[in-house]
Write a protein that binds this ligand. Structure first.
Ligand SMILES: [Zn+2]
Ligand SMILES: [Zn+2]
Ligand SMILES: [Zn+2]
Length: 380
C-alpha cells in the first residue's frame, strides 16, 4: 500500500511529519462537496459535477498517496509523496528532473528547495487538481509564483498574478513583489507594481522592502528613481503646455473681440459711423468686456503722449498683434492696422521671427489655420 496522508484536511499540518509515513485517513466523506468545502477552487477546472468529482479523485490521490512513486523533499524538512506520471504531465521541469533522479526503493527522490514545506505541498496539490487552499494562496502566494515559474506551470502562475493584482499587493510588499515579477517574467504584475510604486513613492521608499532592494539591487533602485524624475518632468511639461495653450487661446479670443468691437461696436464703444442701439443684444465674445475697458482707457489716457502707461502699452501690443494676424488691412476697421503693416516691413529679422512664432502659436491653438478673422498665410 502506498503512503497516505493523515486526514483529508491535513494540508496545514504536514510540516511536522518529517519522513515518517502518515497514518491512514478516516474514510473520505461522500458526496464530494464536503472535502472541497474548505478548499477554495481555483478559477480553472471549475466545471460542474463530473469535473468536481474528478477533482475530488485527484485530491484524494494526492492526499492518500495511493501507489505514490516519488518522494519530494522540501528544504523545510518535510516530504511530499507524489506520482511520477502526474508530475511529469504537469511540469516539463519535473519530467527532466525525474530522468536524472536517484531511486530509493520504488521511490524516485526529488528536492524542491528555497520555499517552506507547506508551499511545496500546496504547489504539488495544484498539479493534481488545479485546486488550492485559500489560506495557502494568502500565505504562500509569492512562493507559489516562484515555483510556478521555475517549474513552468503557467496556470498557477496566472492565478498567483491574478490574486496579487487584486488586493494582495500593499505598500509593505510591493517592492518584493516587483522584484519577483521581474525575476519570473510576470510583466503585467510588474507593471501593476511599478505603477503602485510610482504613485506612492514617498510611502514605498520608506519601507524595509525598499531599503533591502537598495542594498541588493542598487541599479533597480536607481532606475526607479530616474523613472520617477522623468514622470515628474513630463507632468510639469504637460501643465506648462496646457497653461501656454490657454494663454494663446485667450489672445486669439481677444483678437476676435477686437475686430468685433471695431467693426460692429459693442455695448459702450464702437466705430464712429455706427449709431448705438439701446437694445443691443448681449455680446457673445467672452473677451469683449476686458478689451472694451482697455480700448476706452487707451482713448482717454493722459500719459499716452509720453509713451503711455502699462495699460496703453498693452493696447499697443494688442493692436500690433492684430495687424500681424489681419488678412485684409485694406478694409480693416481696427485702428493703426495698416500703419503697423507698414512698420512691420521695416522691422529687423530678429523681431520678425519673434512675432512670427507668436502668431503661429496663437493660430495653432484654434487648430483651424486661421479663424474667421485671421489669415492662414501667417502659418506659412
Ligand atoms: Zn462685444
Ligand atoms: Zn494709459
Ligand atoms: Zn486689421
Amino acid at each position: 500500500m502506498g503512503p497516505i496522508h493523515d486526514g483529508v484536511d491535513g494540508l496545514s499540518d504536514t510540516a511536522t511529519q518529517g519522513a515518517v509515513l502518515p497514518l491512514p485517513p478516516p474514510p473520505p466523506p461522500y458526496p464530494a462537496t464536503t472535502t472541497s468545502g474548505e478548499r477554495t477552487k481555483g478559477s480553472l477546472g471549475d466545471g460542474g459535477v463530473s469535473m468536481a468529482s474528478r477533482d475530488l479523485l485527484s485530491d484524494r490521490l494526492f492526499d492518500e498517496g495511493y501507489k505514490a512513486d516519488v518522494k519530494i523533499y522540501s528544504t523545510g524538512g518535510g516530504i511530499v509523496y507524489a506520482h511520477a506520471n502526474i508530475l511529469g504531465m504537469a511540469s516539463p521541469v519535473f519530467r527532466g528532473m525525474m530522468k536524472k533522479s536517484k531511486k530509493q526503493g520504488r521511490f524516485q527522490i526529488l528536492t524542491v528547495g528555497g520555499v517552506p514545506h507547506d508551499a511545496v505541498r500546496g504547489f504539488i496539490r495544484f498539479l493534481y487538481s488545479s485546486r488550492y487552499e485559500k489560506e495557502d494562496m494568502e500565505e504562500f502566494v509569492l512562493h507559489l509564483l516562484v515555483l510556478s515559474h521555475v517549474y513552468v506551470v503557467p496556470q498557477l502562475k496566472r492565478l498567483c498574478e491574478y490574486h496579487l493584482e487584486r488586493g494582495m499587493i500593499n505598500m509593505e510588499n510591493v517592492v518584493d513583489v516587483f522584484q519577483l515579477a521581474l525575476l519570473c517574467d510576470a510583466s503585467r504584475l510588474g507593471f501593476v507594481c511599478h505603477r503602485t510604486i510610482m504613485r506612492n513613492f514617498k510611502e514605498v521608499s520608506a519601507t524595509e522592502g525598499w531599503t533591502a532592494m537598495k542594498k541588493s539591487h542598487p541599479i533597480l533602485e536607481k532606475l526607479l528613481v530616474e523613472y520617477l524624475v522623468e514622470e515628474d518632468n513630463l507632468r510639469k511639461e504637460r501643465i506648462r503646455k496646457s497653461k501656454e495653450r490657454k494663454i494663446y487661446l485667450q489672445l486669439y479670443e481677444a483678437m476676435e473681440a477686437l475686430v468685433h468691437i471695431c467693426r460692429d461696436g459693442c455695448r459702450t464703444i464702437g466705430p464712429h459711423d455706427k449709431a448705438f442701439r439701446k437694445d443691443h443684444p448681449p455680446c457673445s465674445f467672452e473677451a469683449c468686456k476686458g478689451l472694451e475697458l482697455l480700448v476706452r482707457h487707451f482713448a482717454g489716457c493722459k500719459l499716452r503722449a509720453m509713451g503711455g502707461c502699462v495699460h496703453c502699452r498693452r493696447m499697443w501690443q494688442v493692436l500690433e498683434l492684430h495687424s500681424r494676424l489681419c488678412a485684409d488691412p485694406g478694409t480693416c476697421r481696427v485702428p493703426l492696422c495698416r500703419n503697423f503693416k507698414d512698420r512691420i516691413r521695416k522691422q529687423n529679422k530678429k523681431d520678425e521671427m519673434k512675432w512670427k512664432i507668436l502668431t503661429r502659436k496663437i493660430l495653432r491653438t484654434k487648430t483651424i489655420g486661421g479663424g474667421p478673422f485671421f489669415s492662414a498665410a501667417q502659418l506659412l
